[in-house]
Design a protein around this ligand. Structure first.
Ligand SMILES: Cc1cc2nc3c(=O)[nH]c(=O)nc-3n(C[C@H](O)[C@H](O)[C@H](O)COP(=O)(O)OP(=O)(O)OC[C@H]3O[C@@H](n4cnc5c(N)ncnc54)[C@H](O)[C@@H]3O)c2cc1C
Length: 322
């Protein structure tokens, strides 16, 4: 089974999902001794190709078209590359950009599209695992077609490592400029913030247990002391205490940090949907029966207003007055 996966970059940087797609693609290709093709469209394609040449990648295709993501260019380029490579499975990131062009590509190629995969297998029939009902259940979609497109959830596969001397090929997608109706005029972070919590290695996350907006300064001080990034559950954002781009969860962002410290967060299913992929979860909560303790690796059953200042001091910081 041959696989074509599409890498993603933003503001000159390849995103982690590009390397995760390489792992997912390799696993799938291995199932039937097939080839893995990885493609990058736009930006510094030569430099990106060097970085994308990871273990398991047979061919890296570069499409030198534009600097940043453009819906029309990506749709045309991916479809043209698909016609060239003729893969059995087309993998794209289940990211904001991926979800922008994947349906258009699938439609153009008349491919069935399964989105937000957390596992993909093939024993002749392609099976894609997805989550439903706020991550309460997993469902397996069996694709009744010879060829298919799948978007892959970021953070579910480990990134491919190493290098292996893949064949790097330049591909001329012959973009029809008259069909490019959108242009990129600039880049603006949603929520006005400059922080991307999905990239953070350590997240200090605050929930309704913090009680008052003024008390956010306490967890902010812990985040500063640990050189971590501040995130939150939804009520904190709904109250306007932190911007939307800090919200973890089903209607917020999915994060996969090495360490996630949940402070005064109960662990509602919609919150857990966004953070259960964290490597190590630490919970601070007065309620020993809070659902967050079902998945926490370490728990401190105590008042956050005692625990957080003590942690700040233990890590060499100075707790603020709240
Ligand atoms: C469609 C939909 C989408 C949603 N999307 C999201 C989402 O993306 N993200 C999200 O987070 N939620 C989301 N929610 C809301 C979700 O259901 C919960 O309401 C929310 O996660 C609860 O936030 P919390 O844990 O901060 O607050 P609570 O559930 O109120 O929990 C507060 C916790 O703090 C503890 N606590 C209180 N005082 C202290 C103290 N002094 N010290 C230590 N611990 C203390 C309590 O024991 C409690 O466990 C969504 C809901 C719906 C319906």
């Amino acid at each position: 089974m041959s696989v074509l996966a599409i890498a993603e970059h933003r503001r000159g940087e390849l995103r982690d999902v590009s390397f995760e797609l390489a792992t997912a693609g390799r696993e799938l290709a291995d199932a039937t001794d097939g080839d893995l093709h990885l493609a990058v469209i736009g930006g510094e394609v030569g430099e990106f190709a060097d970085r994308l040449d990871r273990e398991g990648v047979d061919v890296v295709h570069t499409v030198d078209e534009g600097e940043e993501f453009n819906h029309d260019v990506y749709t045309q380029a991916v479809a043209a590359l698909y016609d060239e490579v003729e893969p059995d499975v087309l993998l794209m990131p289940n990211s904001v950009n991926g979800l922008d062009y994947a349906p258009a590509v699938a439609n153009r190629l008349s491919l069935p599209l399964v989105t937000d995969a957390i596992d993909i297998e093939s024993d002749g029939v392609l099976s894609v695992t997805r989550e439903k009902y706020g991550s309460k259940v997993e469902t397996v979609v069996e694709v009744d077609a010879d060829r298919a497109a799948v978007t892959v959830r970021p953070g579910e596969w480990p990134p491919a490592e190493g290098t292996n001397g893949a064949d790097v090929r330049e591909f001329d997608a012959e973009i029809d400029e008259s069909a490019v109706r959108s242009t990129v005029t600039g880049f603006q972070e949603v929520g006005g913030g400059d922080v991307d919590i999905t990239e953070a290695e350590v997240l200090v996350s605050v929930g309704r247990g913090i009680e008052e907006e003024e008390n956010i300064a306490l967890v902010e001080a812990l985040a500063d002391t640990l050189d971590a990034t501040l995130s939150s559950s939804r009520p904190i954002v709904d109250n306007g205490w932190l911007p939307k781009n800090r919200q973890v969860g089903q209607s917020g962002k999915q994060v996969t940090p090495e360490v996630y410290i949940a402070i005064g967060i109960s662990g509602a299913v919609q919150h857990v949907a966004g953070m259960k992929g964290a490597e190590t979860i630490v919970a601070i909560n007065t309620d020993p029966n809070a659902p967050i303790y079902d998945l926490a690796d370490y728990g401190i059953v105590d008042d956050l207003f005692d625990v957080v200042p003590a942690l700040i001091e233990a890590f060499g910081g100075e707790p603020p007055e709240v």
